[in-house]
Write a protein that binds this ligand. Structure first.
Ligand code: UDP
Length: 496
């Protein structure tokens, strides 16, 4: 689920100068009081969260609660871990978050596993003996580095296929190990079988397993401790906190996705540390004839440049829509693809979109915009995404497969009407016609365009869907629910 890396993910750890493996990169996360969530979830829910987390931190005293994934920035897992770590630390848990390192061959192989777990074909490296040996070597090196921070009894959650090879090493060292898989498909097929054939031997000894949907749980886990925990968002994060429409407009103008108008203010926002931030960086790539007029309806998809997100398909559908979307503009927005280390496909998918953009007829090309957002400052990136999701007339997620789809949750929380594919975890979020629109066939570009244009043309209906969407997220997909589920699982595997 998270494959955009920071430069430190490029190298496999080697011996340090004193013979010990160097420690893994650790995220510096500041704790936050769970009661801060009171405004968003109400004092009763916040109180339950606060009490439960504090009790759990007493029960788990002396144990580290560790998350391990492959990147600090980009993608849904990193997005969630920042927040979950914050509130866990704020409640007194000794929560730590490490990212593993790998080389391009390792990440090409784990991306292949990611596609296979989604039931999708991919043109990555074969899952053969040489691949398995390289995977084993990288995981072993990472495990040795991680073990510098892990003690017997600690509870370690390993995220996604990149980390499966660490399970046995950590178990042998006395840690309790949870393996969490953020991807999957409702309909297992020969590709999922191949992924599980590769991963299963690494996973056998884990204490517990977590999936985002019940249907993602493979049959071979029958009789084991398996939990279903859906992802969630933090209403107070830079990505999701309220943003005045004038500020959102100024931010969009700053990044070239809205034409400036007289009276626009500066692109300033309040940072998490209380200081005022300014949007300083422009998109690292921007493919746009000129910015959308300030009053033009904007259709938006924000996602990684991953083939399964179908950015190319969204652009093609917009082009094929003909007159029905004539007044609207389309923005396809994703993270910077330069310097990407653990998503080997990002550059290629962006290049495909760009090539299609150049081939579009003028009347469509002038209304289509591609942008890669800078990742150097995670908070700046998040505020830009926030401004986009709030300002869009319609947010789309036309994925061909989706583990959960936090971009859908984020847009729904902002009350934006969403048109998204009826795949994976998106089906758990959107109730068709009540709080969004589900596309039965994600490859049906005409139906996609018809739904999008229907909402652009009917602001009353779009508004009603947005109200339903925000309610749905408030009740089901905010971080308090996930924090309670996670700590309950920690206590169960630690037997305290
Ligand atoms: N995202 C972002 N900047 C971007 C593109 C995506 O912050 O330029 C975030 C997006 O807002 C969401 C996450 O990356 O929080 C993507 O999570 P999702 O579950 O939708 O998909 P994944 O990438 O994990 O498959």
């Amino acid at each position: 689920m998270a494959y955009i890396g920071t430069p430190q993910t490029l190298t496999v750890p080697r011996q340090g100068s004193n013979g010990a493996p160097p420690a893994l990169p650790e995220a510096a996360v500041t704790g936050a009081d769970p009661l801060l969530l009171s405004d968003a979830i109400g004092p009763a829910r916040a109180g339950v969260l606060d009490t439960t987390l504090h009790r759990s931190s007493e029960a788990l005293a002396g144990r580290r609660i560790i998350d391990v994934n492959s990147t600090l920035n980009g993608g849904g897992v990193a997005e969630m871990l920042h927040r979950l770590q914050r509130y866990s630390r704020g409640a007194g848990l000794d929560a730590r978050w490490f990212t593993l390192r790998g080389d391009p061959a390792f990440f090409a192989l784990t991306k292949q596993l990611h596609h296979f777990l989604h039931g999708a074909d991919a043109s990555g490296p074969p899952l053969d003996r040489a691949g398995a040996e390289h995977y084993a070597a990288v995981c072993e090196a990472n495990a040795r580095a991680l073990l510098r921070a892990v003690r017997p009894g600690d509870v370690v959650t390993l995220h996604d296929p990149q980390t499966a090879g660490l399970v046995a090493h950590l178990r042998r060292a006395g840690a309790r190990v949870i393996w969490r898989c953020h991807v999957g498909t409702d309909d297992p097929n020969p590709y999922t079988d191949r992924a599980w054939a590769f991963l299963r031997p690494w996973l056998e000894t884990a204490d517990a397993y977590v999936f985002s949907r019940e249907r993602y749980i493979p049959g071979w886990l029958a009789g084991r401790r398996v939990a279903v925990i859906q992802p969630s968002i933090d209403p107070l994060s830079a990505k999701n906190r309220p943003l005045a429409s004038s500020v959102a407009a100024a931010i969009l103008s700053r990044v070239g996705l809205r034409a400036p108008v007289d009276g626009d203010g500066p692109a300033l926002y309040r940072r998490g540390d209380g200081f005022v931030g300014r949007i300083r960086r422009a998109p690292t790539c921007l493919c746009s004839a000129s910015p959308p007029p300030a009053d033009a309806p904007l259709i938006l998809q924000v996602s990684r440049w991953d083939p399964l997100k179908d950015m190319v398909g969204v652009l093609a559908s917009f082009a094929e829509a003909g007159g029905s979307l004539d007044g609207a503009h389309l923005a396809l927005v994703g993270p910077d693809v330069t310097g990407v280390t653990d998503d080997p496909e990002g550059g290629r998918v962006y290049a495909e979109c760009e090539a299609l953009w150049h081939r579009l007829p003028d009347r469509v090309r002038t209304r289509a915009h591609l942008a890669c957002l800078p990742m150097a400052d995670a908070e700046e990136n998040a505020v830009i995404v926030n401004a986009l999701q709030r300002s869009a007339s319609v947010v789309t997620q036309k994925s061909l497969a989706e583990g959960f789809g936090l971009t859908v949750t984020e847009a729904m929380w902002k009350g934006s009407p969403v048109v998204a594919s009826a795949v994976g975890g998106i089906r758990d979020q959107i109730m068709h016609g009540v709080n969004g629109i589900l596309l039965d066939d994600p490859s049906d570009g005409l139906s996609f365009a018809a739904h999008a244009s229907g909402l652009v043309g009917d602001r009353h209906r779009a508004g009603a869907l947005g109200v339903g969407a925000r309610h749905r997220v408030r009740e089901n997909f905010l971080d308090d629910r996930q924090l309670l589920q996670r700590t309950s699982l920690y206590r169960s595997v630690a037997r305290v």
